[in-house]
Design a protein around this ligand. Structure first.
Ligand SMILES: [Zn+2]
Ligand SMILES: [Zn+2]
Length: 240
């Protein structure tokens, strides 16, 4: 099912104006009661969209409604917690800027840290992390730990020529690394082992000529490279 129109169009179809100037949400609400909508493969917070409709940009913190109408998603009433303190939200000093950029939070989410860990590491609110998690469509860590497949999906993208590029964390600037079982491991090694059903021997590197490739079918370990070298030697040896 391909969504018709923009996310803002979809937002408008899921809302209902009230007689007193607010906007009710008729769409989905998650377990926490947050109005969300599914668009283009991701989950998006309705109030973040509302904020974007009003201001043309994403909130720095999380989006909240400034009015007293329960569940209101009116763009005119949507505010950024980093700019306008949330109503009745009186923890911490007012006007405290959130720490850590959205991009930093997204990077840690893709690595599989939970909201509390990220909040602690960046000195920001776990609720802000949860809002960005919802926007990315990542499952809540509490209900299900991220699997290797989740991390693979979040950290790879297809590239022309049938290759797959790693967009996630790199070790020493070049080696893809993924959080797995409490440590960082090579996603190439894991993908290789799943494809071939045996542990890789030596380094696992793409044999396709595209340096950043992590496509399982394009990966080779040392015995495979040795075998190819032997075959080449045999061909050139026979030709000599
Ligand atoms: Zn309102
Ligand atoms: Zn490749």
């Amino acid at each position: 099912m391909s969504p018709r129109g923009t996310i803002e169009d979809l937002f408008r179809r899921r809302t209902q104006p009230t007689s007193d100037g607010h906007l009710d949400w008729t769409g989905y609400r998650n377990k926490k009661g947050t109005a969300t909508l599914h668009w283009n493969g991701g989950t998006h917070g309705a109030l973040r969209i509302a904020y974007r409709i009003r201001t043309g940009q994403d909130p720095i913190g999380y989006a909240h409604a400034t009015c007293e109408h329960p569940g209101c998603v009116a763009p005119e009433h949507a505010a950024d917690s980093a700019v306008t303190p949330r109503r009745g939200h009186h923890t911490g000093p007012i006007n405290r800027q959130p720490n850590g950029s959205d991009d930093q939070i997204k990077a840690l989410l893709r690595e599989g840290l939970n909201d509390r860990q990220i909040g602690k590491r960046l000195g920001t609110s776990p609720k802000r992390v949860a809002a960005i998690r919802a926007e990315l469509g990542l499952p809540a860590f509490q209900s299900r730990p991220l699997t290797f497949d989740d991390r693979w999906d979040a950290n790879t993208e297809p590239v022309d020529g049938g290759h797959i590029r790693w967009t996630g964390r790199l070790r020493e600037g070049t080696s893809p690394a993924v959080h797995h079982g409490r440590r960082y491991v090579s996603p190439r090694r894991l993908a290789f082992e799943r494809l071939h059903g045996r542990p890789a021997v030596g380094r696992v590197l793409p044999g396709c000529g595209y340096g950043p490739c992590v496509r399982p079918e394009h990966l080779e370990d040392q015995p495979m490279r040795d075998q190819l070298a032997k075959q080449c030697a045999a061909i050139f040896g026979a030709a000599a």
